[in-house]
Each structure stands twice: as C-alpha cells, then as structure tokens.
Ligand binder design. Structure first.
Ligand code: PHE
Length: 445
C-alpha cells in the first residue's frame, strides 16, 4: 500500500485489476449465473448475457471508474465533488445497495463455508441416497448454524477490509483470483470427462432461439449488471484508489474478460455434470447446493471435489464481499472522518445484524415481506431496484452531465480506438439508460 496526499492507493496496476476482478467474480458468477442459465434455456442465455456485458456492462463500468478516479473519493463524495446538486444521492443509493446486498450475501457465503465442512460429513452419503435436498433444507431450517457460519464469514470480510486496501484487499485478491482459475479448470476437466457430458455441453453452447423470451433478455441484462459489480459505486470506490497513469479502458477490459471467463468456466463445470447424471438444469437457486453434492457423491474422491468447489465459491464470495463493505467503509471514512478500524467493525457488524433475518427467513423463521421471504425481498430491493436505478444515473452522469471530465479520464493513460470510444459515448448517453430502464420496469412488473 502506498499513501499519496493522505489517501491510500493501489500499490500496482495488477493489484487494482485483481481487486476489481475479485469484486466482479463472486456468488453472482458461480451460484447465480448457472441457475439462471439453467432456467433460461442454456445457450441462449449465455449468448444474451455476453451481449449485455459488452453493450451495457462494460460502458457503465468505465463510467464508474472514470467518476471514481476523477472525484478521488467514495461513491457519494465523488459525485459531490464533481457536480454536486442532487447527484450525491446516486452515491448514497449505492452505499445503501452495498449494505443491503452484503447483508444476504454474507448468509449465502456462509453456506459455502458450511458446505466445505459438510463435504467431509454426512453430505456425500446423503447425496448418494438422493437426499441432497434434504440436507440443504435441514441446514437452512437450522438458523443457529446458518447465523454462526454467516458470522464467521462476516468476521473474515471485516478483517480484510480493516487491514486496508493495500495490505488487505489487494494482497488477498492477488492470491485468491489465480487460485480460482486453477480450481475451476481442474473441476472442468473432471466434469467434461464424465460419460454423457457432451449433452450438457450442447445445452450450454447451442442457443435454442425458441427459448428466447422477454424474461430471458431481462434476466441476462440483470445478471450482467450484478455480476460485473456495477450500478452501486463499487467501481467508483475502487477507481478512487487508482493512480493517474493507468488506463481505465484497459482495466475494464481485463476485469470483464476475467468475470466472463469465470462464468463460462463454471457453466462447463456444472452442465456437463448435471446432464451426465441425468439431473435437471432447471432446479433454480438450489442448483449448486442441491444438485452438485449429488454429482460429487457419484465421483471418485467426491468429498475432496466438493470441498474444492465450495472453497472456490468461498474465495469468490469473499473478494466480492470486501468490495461491498469497502463501499460503505470508504463513505463513512471520507464523509464522517471515522478511522478504518472503526468503520470496518461497526458497519460490518451492522450488516451482519441486517443479515440475520435473511438467515432466519429460509427456514420460515421470519415473517414474509410483501409476499417474499426476507432474503428474497432484500435481493429484490438491491438487485431489481437500487442497482438498475444506479446504473441509469451513473451512465447519464458520465454521458451528459459530466461528459467532458469523464472523457478526459477515459482518455488518460492511453486512448481507446475511435469507434470504441464512440460506442462508449453512445452507450452512456442512449443505450444503457434506455435498456436499463427497460430491465427496471420489467423487473418490477
Ligand atoms: N459481482 C458480485 C458477484 O458476482 C456481486 C457484487 C455486486 C459485488 C455489486 C459488488 C457490487 O457476486
């Protein structure tokens, strides 16, 4: 970590890119992506998701990094410094979104820790008997166990954020990200060499256009958003720690390629295995926690593979959860002059408390909110309301309100080829606001 002008900075470009990619790659890629792809017809979803990432996700991420480096402050402070007026509200909504997402993110991430332990317990024998779903239900019903794992995960997140962006986030991401690719590649080879794996590959790679509906398109767009960590000021916050010599388009390209690569790899782990064992790709949010243990149980060294997979999911989740907490910590640190230790512990603990109802809700121990379980309601509020709204305003800010400044930041440290820059401008000004408004309206209907 180096400190310039009193503010922390990434110690190297690699450190920044690893941290940003670590934020992007998370439960969104590994847990959410395959289950949405499974529900939405496989290949067609993959195709649409890639399209949305390129057309909307990348331009909005570039806008966020430009705002962050231009403003040099947290998500709220950057907007205030660059333009003022009502704009800081966009950052404020982002801080709230980070807080809300992290509350249930910690719960699901806690499951991954629990499943690492369970891999060596009764999970494999139960899954072999076809009772993986029973194990999952019993676990989510036992709220004490869930809260304990959630607490453990949140403690780890707080610890990394407390250590600071250079010593903490950057160092952990530099180790965890490459490890993630290694473990995924091993699992992919295992999956692809199963008997009958090719049916899964076909499902995953061959787009069936008859399965395309407006919901498929909306799901793909939403997934692109969530998966790239855009729409809530995360890349603003990370960009604010970036030095002036680095090229933003280069960073965006590398981060996006890594995010997409992980999602694609995960598909090659899950679908061949699901089809090889004659299971359903459409089992929904439980796909990983219910289907995969059953898959692992029928493999040689199943416990070890299961452990590896959930370890990988844990790594992916923690490099995302630290970015979510960092958005809130940076805000309280810059705006209220809290020191890093105080901000990390207080905000981390508050997020943990807000997550407890989510942990209770899965086993039916918490009342429903607007007909949804509490976790579903939090996810809805963050992913379907706050992120899309944030994305619209961020692109409008960069494309119209602060356009000259944003373009200057984008050009600093190496220029984009002209057609690509023109596309970025078009996306910020027209495409992203309109398309995201469409997702937003579609998701609340
Ligand atoms: N992108 C993360 C994931 O895929 C989630 C996330 C969203 C992180 C928004 C930060 C900000 O799991």
């Amino acid at each position: 970590m180096s400190v310039s002008g009193g503010r922390e900075q990434w110690s190297s470009r690699l450190g920044f890119i690893m941290a940003a990619a670590g934020s992007a790659v998370g439960l969104g890629n590994i847990w959410r992506f395959p289950y949405l792809a499974g529900i939405n017809g496989g290949g067609i979803f993959l195709l649409l998701y890639l399209l949305m990432v390129a057309a909307i996700g990348m331009p909005v991420m570039l806008a966020e990094m430009a705002i962050g480096r231009g403003g040099g402050l947290n998500a709220v402070g950057s907007f205030r410094k660059l333009k003022g007026g009502l704009w800081p509200m966009v950052g404020w909504a982002g801080v709230v979104a980070g807080f809300v997402i992290l509350s249930f993110y910690g719960v699901v991430a806690g499951w991954t820790v629990a499943y690492m332990v369970k891999s060596f317990g009764s999970l494999m024998p139960q899954a072999l008997k076809g009772n993986a779903e029973g194990v999952f239900r019993a676990f989510t019903w036992d709220w004490r166990q869930q809260v304990a794992y959630q607490a453990a995960f949140m403690l780890a997140t707080i610890w990394i954020v407390y250590k600071g962006i250079g010593n903490g986030i950057e160092r952990y991401c530099k180790v965890m990200m490459p490890l993630l690719f290694v473990i995924l590649s091993v699992l992919m080879v295992r999956s692809l060499t199963l008997d009958g794996a090719m049916k899964g590959v076909e499902f995953y790679l061959k787009p069936d256009f008859s399965k395309m509906s407006s919901k498929t398109v909306l799901d793909a767009l939403g997934q692109a958003f969530f998966s790239l960590s855009v729409g809530m000021g995360c890349m603003i916050t990370y960009g604010s720690y970036l030095g002036n010599r680095e090229s933003l388009p280069y960073s965006v390209t590398v981060v996006t390629l890594m995010d997409v690569a992980v999602a694609i790899l995960v598909g090659f782990v899950i679908f061949p295995a699901v089809f090889a064992f004659g299971m359903e790709p459409t089992s929904g949010p439980g796909l990983i926690f219910i289907t995969l243990p059953a898959v692992f149980a029928r493999m040689p060294m199943g416990s070890a593979f299961s452990f590896l997979f959930f370890l990988l999911l844990f790594f992916a989740a923690i490099t995302s959860s630290v970015s979510l907490l960092e958005v809130c910590v940076a805000y309280f640190k810059d705006e209220f002059r809290w020191d890093r230790a105080r901000a990390s512990w207080i905000l981390g603990f508050a997020t943990f408390l807000l997550g407890i109802p989510s942990a209770l809700s899965l086993g039916g121990h918490f009342p429903k909110v607007f007909g949804m379980d509490f976790m579903g309601a939090m996810d809805f509020l963050a992913s379907n309301v706050l992120l899309p709204l944030g994305g619209i305003f961020i692109s409008v800010f960069a494309g119209w309100s602060w356009f000259d400044g944003a373009r200057e930041e984008v050009r600093r440290g190496g220029r984009l080829p002209r057609p690509l820059e023109a596309f970025w401008v078009f996306s910020c000004r027209v495409l992203a606001p309109i398309a995201v408004t469409w997702v937003f309206i579609g998701s609340i209907r």
